[in-house]
Design a protein around this ligand. Structure first.
Ligand SMILES: [Zn+2]
Length: 403
């Protein structure tokens, strides 16, 4: 039997007591403060004197900061999450320098809050499934799925909807799925969730449409409320809840779809889309769909890794739509609203998406053979939007779409 060890993250809902919720609010506040403080330090040093402040510099400075009278409250919570906040900032900078991400932005109170605890700050009892966190005590977690290994890190998350989750980082063992000797190309769309190279069409889930119009309505109401008022706050929570619900539905659909794909096919060919660049549009349905694309890509990646299958990434400049999958002729233009077309050379009739999926299945891609403990892949080239962002723009705009 082939098995593979894979670093895995599992998420569970949990319900804090009033005391724990209060303590967590303090922890989140400290993490946010430390993250933003270090980000400002690093940005200012770079902007004014082109000096780079490293992670270890900020770590030393944090010790001094905690000793100052005005910020002694930082010592009232566990020191681990604040230290991790500095590490997260470092990761954000590494991603920015490697052109994988945008310049780090300031954390806001109304966005998702998180605090990470490493091994020294929690106790795990695998027999009774008890998790005790430093400064918080035992957590009331709903164990919605099984796992065998002991968590290496524990992250507490509070969504803008007010719900609490816990994410465990695990080192789980997975059995590879049997080989099927079949390959597939997958074209993701807006009108349809996906089209496969074998002609299968996967429709967008029905619930989405209704929820999207509801979301648009709630947002129009929000726009009329006075910013910062109580009514505005309540409306924001309503929107956040619906956002979370739509996100959960989307995640559920994609989970089922991607699990089915890795079971049935050995190689899954997908377009290496620039997901980050695409989320910059203002159309709600489109924006949510783009989030779905990023989510799909992530799921296919980790599921192929877990179950011993291969993701084939096809270059994003490959003309998957304009290429005739029957004879290889490339048409000059194919407007986005053309759903079906005939090849001028061989006369083959094509469904736009199915043809694209067929090409993705046949194309040479840079295959990413799934291997455990692999380093993060480098992006082929930087998304243009990141390059244009200057240090002065820092924190000026918040992310348009958050998952
Ligand atoms: Zn043709």
């Amino acid at each position: 039997m082939y098995t593979i060890n894979v670093k895995t993250r599992y998420r569970f809902r949990f319900y804090p007591t009033d005391a724990q919720a209060g303590e967590l609010a303090r922890v989140f506040g400290c993490c946010r403060y430390v993250y933003n403080w270090a980000l400002r330090l690093r940005s200012d040093a770079w902007r004014t004197e082109q000096k780079r402040i490293s992670y270890s510099d900020t770590s030393t400075m944090l010790t001094t900061l905690k000793q100052q009278e005005a910020t002694t409250w930082l010592t009232e919570v566990s020191c681990v999450p604040t230290q991790q906040a500095l590490r997260h900032l470092q990761t954000a900078f590494l991603n920015f320098w490697a052109k994988r991400g945008r310049y780090p932005s300031f954390k806001k109170k109304r966005n998702r809050q998180s605090a990470e605890y490493t091994r020294s700050a929690f106790k795990w009892d695998s027999i009774n499934k008890n998790l005790v966190l430093s400064g918080l005590g035992r957590l009331d977690i709903r164990w919605s799925r099984e796992f065998k290994s002991a968590p290496t890190t524990v992250t507490i998350i509070k969504e803008p909807s007010g719900r609490y989750y816990i994410t465990l980082c695990l080192d789980e063992v997975f059995e590879k799925l049997p080989k099927t000797e079949k390959t597939v190309g997958v074209d993701l769309g807006v009108n349809r969730l996906a089209t496969l190279s074998n002609g299968e069409r996967i429709a967008n889930p029905r619930y989405l449409g209704g929820n999207l119009s509801k979301l648009a309505r709630l947002q129009r109401v929000l726009a009329r409320r006075k910013k910062g008022s109580g009514r505005w706050q309540r409306q924001r929570v309503k929107i956040a809840r619906l956002h979370e619900h739509v996100g959960n539905c989307r995640r559920d659909t994609l989970n089922k779809f991607t699990t089915d794909l890795v079971r049935r096919f050995d190689v899954i060919g997908i377009e290496d889309l620039n997901v980050r660049g695409m989320t910059a549009n203002h159309c709600l349905a489109r924006a949510i769909n783009d989030v779905g694309m990023g989510m799909f890509r992530g799921m296919v990646d980790y599921k192929c890794e877990r179950y011993g299958k291969t993701v084939k990434l096809v270059d994003r400049f490959f003309p998957s739509s304009k290429l005739c999958s029957a004879c290889g002729h490339v048409v000059e233009s194919l407007p986005l609203d053309t759903r079906e077309w005939d090849c001028p050379k061989c006369g083959a009739h094509h469904d736009r998406d199915e043809n694209a999926a067929k090409n993705l299945n046949m194309a040479e891609g840079h295959s990413v053979t799934a291997r455990g403990g692999e380093v993060r892949r480098q992006r082929a080239s930087a998304p243009r939007r990141t390059l244009r962002r200057s240090v002065n723009q820092l924190g000026a705009d918040c992310a348009l779409v958050h998952d």
